[in-house]
Design a protein around this ligand. Structure first.
Ligand SMILES: [Mn+2]
Length: 696
C-alpha cells in the first residue's frame, strides 16, 4: 500500500519535473528566437500552442507575446480578409450608432428648411450680418436635429473592418455662433461609434470675447456635461486656421486626427468610411463628401458625388467633374473611394503619425488660403494618397461672404500663401503662377528653405509627375505654344516743371485713396518722376482699369503720361488694337473684346499644344460656323475647341468650320465674329509673346 503510494508519488514527481523542464525549454526557445520579426522558427508553433492553452502565455517579457496577449481581446473576431496598418492590439471594436430620432413638428428636423416667421424678417436680416448665415433659423433648430440618411444604398450595406483606430476631432472656430458650433459637436457625438471617438478638441482662435462672451466660461462649463471628452483650447492671439489647427493637433491623443469646420453636421455613418481607409493604409488622407447646409434656411442638401477637387490658374481651389478615367478605375462603382487631385481642406481625416511625418502644415503661411493645395500637392508628391469617400457625408454651411477679418488684407494673405505653394512644390510651374499673378511677385512670402528641405528629405516627386499621373485633366498646361502677346513696359513721360510733378502726385494720391478698400492691386510706376512705385487698390479688374484710365486722363493735361507695369499677356487685333477679353463672363457665355489694359486677368489667353485657346478653365468654343464664339469649359477633346494659329499670317482659324476669328462688326462692338478667311488686318491677331513656356 505504502509502496504503491510511493510509486504514485514518484511517478507524479517525475511527471511534474519533466513538465517543468518542458516548460522551461519552451520559454528558452521563445526567448532566443526572434519572434517579433515573425522569422523565428519557433514563433508559429508556440503561438498556435498558446491559442489552445492561453494560460501559458503568462511570461510577458517577450514582445511577440505581449502583442499576442492584446490580440486575444479580439480573439473571437474573424479578422481574415482584413489587412491592418496598425498593430491589431491598438485597434478598437465598434458598433454603429443608432439613428438619431426624428421629432416631427420641430423646426429643421430631417434637414428640412426653416422659414422665417412673418414679421421677423428685419430681425432675421439683422442677425444674418453677425455670421453671414441665418442665425435666427439656426437658433430655432434643435442641437440634436435628425437628418436624412443621404448615403447611396451600396454604402449602407458596406462591410467595414470590425476593428478601427480611434480619432480625435479638431475644430477651429473664431466668433462662431453657439447653435452652429454645438450642433457640430452634437452631430459628432450622436453619429460616431463611441469607442472610436477619442475626444473633441475645440480650438478658439481668439474670438472677440467682449462681444461673444458665451464662447468663454459658458462653453467650458457646457462641454463638461457632454458624454464625450470635449476640451476647449485657446490661442493667445489671432493665429489663423493653420496655426490654430497645429495647436489642436499637438493635444490629440487618438490615432487619427479628423479636422472639421465649426459649422457642420455629420450624418449617419460618416466616420466609418474615413477610418476604414486609414486602418488599411496610414498614408491615405480621406475627405468626406461635403454637402450643403443652406445659409438661408439651414436645409440639408446633398452634393454631387461626381465632383473632385482641382485648381485654376490663380491657384484657387475649384470643384470639377470627375473624369471618365477615374470612374473606370473604380469599375463604375460610385461607392468606391475617389482619388482626388486636391481637397477643399476644411474636412479630412489623417493618421496622426503620418501627419507629423509629412510635415503637418506650412507654418510660414498666414490665416487661411492655399494651405489645402499645399497639403494636397505634398501628400501626392511625397507618396501618400488623397481620397474622397463617397459613403461619408458631412454638411457644411457655405457662405457667400466671409465674416472673418483678415489682418493684412485677404488678397495679400492668400497671395503670400499661394506664392509659398508655388515656390516649394510647383517647380517650373512656379514661373507660370507668377506670370499669371503679377501681384504675387511683390509679396514677401518669407523663408521657404525649411519646406524645400522637407521636400528633399521626403524624396518627393516632381510637379510634372503630379500633373501627368494624378491630374492630367488639370488646367495647368503641360505644353504651350503661345501665351498671348506680352506688351513692353511703356515709359513714363516726366512733367515739365516741379509744380507739374507735385500736382500730378496729388492727383495720384487722391485717386489711390478711393481705391484703397478693394481687392486687386496694380503697380503704377512713377520711378522716373518720383523714384517710387505706387500701389493702386481696386475691388475688381474693371474698377482697376477704370482707375488707371482716370489717372491717365487726369495726368494728360499736365503733360504727364501715367503708365503701369504691363506684365500680362494678351491677344490683340491688328486693325482695332483691341484685345480678346472674357469680360469676367462664365462658361457658356460669349467671348468679348475690349481696350487692351495689359493687366492680364480677363485678357490672358493661352494657345495650347492641344490647340485650345484657354482662359483659365474655359476654352474658346464655336458650335455654329457663323458664331458666336463662346467660353466653354475646356473638354480637351478637340472638336469645336480646336484653333490653329500661325505667327506669320496672324490668323486664328477654327478647325471645324475652317473660318477665321475677326474683329467685332457694327451689330455688337464687343463681340468678335467668325468669317471666311481673307487675310485682312481685321482677322490678324498678335500673340507672339516672348513667354513661350513648356513648348515642345
Ligand atoms: Mn466653413
Amino acid at each position: 500500500m505504502f509502496r504503491s503510494r510511493l510509486r504514485v508519488h514518484t511517478c507524479k514527481i517525475v511527471l511534474i519535473t519533466s513538465m517543468v523542464w518542458f516548460a522551461m525549454d519552451v520559454a528558452v526557445i521563445m526567448y532566443y528566437s526572434d519572434c517579433s520579426t515573425g522569422s523565428g522558427w519557433g514563433c508559429g508553433r508556440i503561438e498556435s500552442g498558446m491559442a489552445t492553452s492561453p494560460r501559458e502565455g503568462r511570461a510577458d517579457h517577450h514582445k511577440g507575446r505581449a502583442i499576442r496577449n492584446h490580440q486575444s481581446e479580439h480573439e473571437d473576431l474573424d479578422l481574415s480578409g482584413w489587412h491592418f496598418d496598425y498593430p491589431v492590439g491598438q485597434l478598437k471594436r465598434w458598433e454603429p450608432r443608432p439613428t438619431v430620432p426624428d421629432h416631427p413638428g420641430l423646426p429643421g428636423e430631417m434637414g428640412k428648411p426653416v422659414r422665417t416667421p412673418p414679421g421677423q424678417e428685419v430681425l432675421m436680416k439683422e442677425k444674418f450680418k453677425l455670421n453671414q448665415f441665418n442665425l435666427l433659423a439656426s437658433d430655432s433648430i434643435s442641437l440634436n436635429r435628425s437628418l436624412p440618411d443621404v448615403r447611396l444604398e451600396g454604402c449602407k450595406s458596406k462591410n467595414y473592418p470590425p476593428l478601427m483606430p480611434t480619432t480625435s476631432i479638431v475644430i477651429v472656430f473664431h466668433n462662431e455662433a453657439w447653435s452652429t458650433l454645438l450642433r457640430t459637436v452634437w452631430s459628432i457625438i450622436q453619429r460616431s461609434p463611441r469607442p472610436l471617438l477619442q475626444e473633441i478638441l475645440l480650438v478658439d482662435d481668439a474670438s472677440e470675447r467682449e462681444c461673444i462672451d458665451y464662447l468663454g466660461l459658458e462653453l467650458e462649463q457646457y462641454v463638461k456635461t457632454l458624454p464625450v471628452s470635449v476640451k476647449v483650447l485657446r490661442t493667445v492671439e489671432r493665429s489663423g486656421l493653420i496655426r490654430a489647427r497645429l495647436l489642436g493637433a499637438k493635444e490629440v491623443t487618438g490615432q487619427v486626427i479628423t479636422f472639421l469646420d465649426a459649422h457642420v453636421e455629420c450624418t449617419e455613418g460618416w466616420l466609418e468610411p474615413l477610418l476604414a481607409r486609414i486602418a488599411e493604409d496610414r498614408t491615405r488622407v480621406v475627405c468626406p463628401i461635403i454637402d450643403v447646409i443652406s445659409d438661408e434656411t439651414f436645409e440639408y442638401v446633398t452634393a454631387s458625388d461626381m465632383t473632385w477637387g482641382g485648381f485654376n490658374w490663380k491657384l484657387n481651389f475649384r470643384w470639377y467633374r470627375v473624369p471618365q478615367r477615374e470612374m473606370e478605375r473604380r469599375g463604375g462603382d460610385r461607392t468606391q473611394p475617389l482619388k482626388t487631385p486636391t481637397m477643399a481642406g476644411g474636412l479630412f481625416a489623417i493618421d496622426k503619425e503620418y501627419f507629423e511625418k509629412i510635415g503637418r502644415y506650412d507654418e510660414g503661411m498666414d490665416i487661411w488660403g492655399g494651405e489645402n493645395l499645399e497639403m494636397s500637392f505634398r501628400i501626392w508628391q511625397c507618396g501618400g494618397t488623397l481620397e474622397i469617400s463617397p459613403c461619408s457625408h458631412v454638411g457644411h454651411v457655405f457662405r457667400d461672404k466671409s465674416p472673418y477679418s483678415f489682418p493684412g488684407g485677404v488678397v495679400n494673405v492668400v497671395m503670400k500663401n499661394s506664392a509659398r505653394v508655388a515656390e516649394v512644390w510647383m517647380d517650373e510651374w512656379r514661373d507660370f503662377f507668377f506670370e499669371m499673378n503679377p501681384g504675387a511677385r511683390s509679396v514677401d512670402y518669407g523663408d521657404v528653405s525649411e519646406r524645400r528641405k522637407l521636400r528633399k528629405d521626403l524624396k518627393c516627386k516632381s510637379f510634372r509627375w503630379f500633373l501627368e499621373n494624378i491630374y492630367p485633366e488639370s488646367q495647368m498646361p503641360l505644353d504651350y505654344y503661345y501665351l498671348g502677346e506680352r506688351p513692353r513696359q511703356s515709359g513714363f513721360t516726366p512733367g515739365k516743371s516741379t509744380t507739374d510733378r507735385i500736382l500730378a502726385l496729388r492727383v495720384l494720391v487722391e485717386r489711390r485713396r478711393e481705391f484703397r478698400q478693394g481687392m486687386l492691386a496694380a503697380y503704377v510706376d512713377l520711378k522716373k518722376l518720383f523714384d517710387s512705385v505706387h500701389l493702386i487698390f481696386a475691388e475688381s479688374l474693371e474698377v482697376l482699369v477704370m482707375a488707371l484710365e482716370a489717372l491717365h486722363e487726369e495726368a494728360k493735361p499736365l503733360g504727364l503720361e501715367v503708365s503701369w507695369l504691363k506684365t500680362k499677356v494678351q491677344i490683340r487685333n491688328v486693325e482695332t488694337q483691341s484685345c480678346l477679353d472674357t469680360l469676367g463672363r462664365k462658361s457658356g457665355e460669349n467671348l468679348g473684346t475690349s481696350y487692351c489694359h495689359g493687366l492680364g486677368g480677363n485678357q490672358v489667353f493661352a494657345h495650347t499644344k492641344r490647340q485650345q485657346i484657354m482662359s483659365d478653365d474655359n476654352c474658346l468654343d464655336a458650335s455654329n460656323p457663323s458664331g458666336p464664339v463662346k467660353l466653354v469649359r475646356c473638354h480637351g477633346m478637340g472638336g469645336n475647341q480646336m484653333w490653329s494659329y500661325t505667327q506669320k499670317e496672324g490668323s486664328l482659324k477654327h478647325a471645324n468650320s475652317g473660318r477665321c476669328l475677326q474683329k467685332p462688326d457694327s451689330r455688337d462692338v464687343t463681340l468678335p465674329v467668325l468669317k471666311t478667311c481673307d487675310g485682312t488686318a481685321a482677322q490678324q491677331w498678335v500673340m507672339n509673346g516672348s513667354f513661350k513656356w513648356q513648348a515642345n
